[in-house]
Write a protein that binds this ligand. Structure first.
Ligand code: CMP
Length: 140
């Protein structure tokens, strides 16, 4: 059993695709262990994406991620980190496989509908970044 962090990004919440995206996670066997709808502050988004601080797209990324509501979730299940990445598809929707969330709901590499942790180590940091321990409810 693993946990991973998922964010439904502003383009997908504004397009009213929150339910469609959560349904896909549940259909694939992931369970929601924590969930909130919020609008990120600039400081919170910058801290979350700190590893990308020197990238040319950092300003654009922070500006997009603070542009509207996001749904932040801890998802749990067997092999949750990799499973979530398969469900999301490639970062760039032009390269995402048919049926993946990014193929279905992303607009571009920046406005790519969902974020998911890239490793177990990142998942732990990212879940702790957004949730207190008592807000994460294991159902296994
Ligand atoms: P995410 O999984 O949230 O992690 C970092 C994000 O940076 C990534 O998804 C993309 O949305 C964004 N990103 C990566 N490469 C680029 C790029 N070349 N231009 C704009 N945004 C990018």
């Amino acid at each position: 059993m693993e946990r991973t962090l998922s964010i439904i990004k502003p383009n997908a919440t504004i397009d009213n695709n929150i339910g469609n995206i959560i349904k896909k996670f549940e259909d694939e066997g992931l369970r929601i262990a924590a969930c909130k709808l919020t609008v990120l502050s600039k400081e919170k988004a910058e801290g979350f994406y700190i590893e990308h601080k020197e990238r040319p797209f950092f300003g654009e990324l922070v500006s997009f991620m603070t542009s509207g509501p996001v749904v932040i979730m801890a998802l749990e299940g067997e092999n949750a980190v990799d499973k979530n990445r398969q469900i999301m598809g490639a970062t760039n929707p032009a390269e995402a496989a048919e049926g993946t969330l990014r193929k279905l709901y992303a607009k571009s590499i920046g406005e790519n509908a969902v974020h998911g942790s890239d490793s177990l180590q990142s998942a732990e940091r990212e879940i702790n970044y957004f949730f207190d321990k008592n807000e994460v409810i294991s159902r296994f």
